[in-house]
Design a protein around this ligand. Structure first.
Ligand SMILES: [Zn+2]
Length: 266
């Protein structure tokens, strides 16, 4: 919607396209018109509390008490669907006083019969993939996620990075028969990252917190596509590496794999 794109960006990360957390919208479908109120902070707070988190409001942000993560939800686009419903895109900007000082953000693309349902759907998926991984990365050591420690071999200055591997999602049709991978082991939480790790070397060699969104797919006709974002921003080198990875998959037919991965100083 043009009216949303014209509004000034509200997030701290300049690449975050989100503009607002609260607004009143009027919809018209040619037969009737109706109003919907949007309050993303409240929607996200209720979802977090339903999942058992203790949170408090602090200005435009929610603070998750146990992890000290601060969360700022914003609307970035909205599009009514013909004959009912709405498509929405939101972002959630994330900071932590010690571990994530430059805010990162991630998109939630969703749809529903009305705004509230669409936002809840998007935030729920974000919780299950991104937030649970972020919580693990805020612990001294992850409990449920696999982790890697990568260290420089000879270069000076030496570095050591902790990599938290979110749960990998995989969908394949038809389901391939083992052996699955050329790497010699079945698809696991390491595979998307290790297949593209060279493209992330500049990140590994610099300080900071990096959130990687990795996605690779093979279409039924055999053509492949990939998407890679770092802290919400497209990362072409990673995308190329993931594209090559998808081309190496055994079998044929529709398949996609995606994962959220976090890199921080050890
Ligand atoms: Zn693996």
């Amino acid at each position: 919607m043009n009216t949303i794109r014209d509004l000034p960006r509200a997030g701290e990360n300049p690449a975050n396209p989100g503009v607002t957390a609260e607004a009143n919208w009027t919809f018209q479908d040619g037969v009737r018109s109706w109003d919907e109120h949007m309050d993303l902070l409240t929607t996200l707070r209720l979802l977090l509390e339903e999942r058992g988190r203790s949170v408090r409001m602090e200005g435009p942000m929610l603070i998750d008490t146990d992890s000290s993560l601060s969360l700022r939800p914003l609307l970035s686009s909205m599009e009514p669907v013909h004959k009912g419903g709405v498509n929405t895109s939101t972002t959630i900007e994330v900071k932590h006083p010690a571990r994530i000082q430059s805010p990162i953000f991630e998109y939630q693309h969703s749809s529903g019969p009305d705004l509230e349902h669409s936002f809840r759907e998007g935030f729920g998926q974000w919780y299950d993939t991104d937030f649970v991984t972020l919580l693990e990365a805020m612990l001294e050591e992850a409990v449920d996620c696999a982790e890697l420690v990568l260290e420089s071999s000879q270069q000076e200055p030496s570095w050591s990075r902790r990599v938290t591997l979110g749960l990998p999602l995989r969908m394949a049709s038809p389901v391939p028969q083992p052996p699955l991978e050329q790497t010699g082991h079945e698809f696991c939480s390491c595979c998307l990252f290790t297949s593209s790790v060279e493209s992330f070397r500049p990140l590994l060699e610099s300080h900071g917190f990096f959130a990687l969104r990795l996605y690779a797919a093979r279409k039924p006709d055999g053509s492949c596509l990939a998407d890679c974002r770092v802290n919400g921003v497209p990362h072409p080198e990673g995308q190329q590496a993931l594209l090559q990875y998808a081309k190496s998959w055994p079998g044929s037919g529709l398949e996609y794999r995606k994962q959220y991965i976090l890199i921080q100083d050890k």
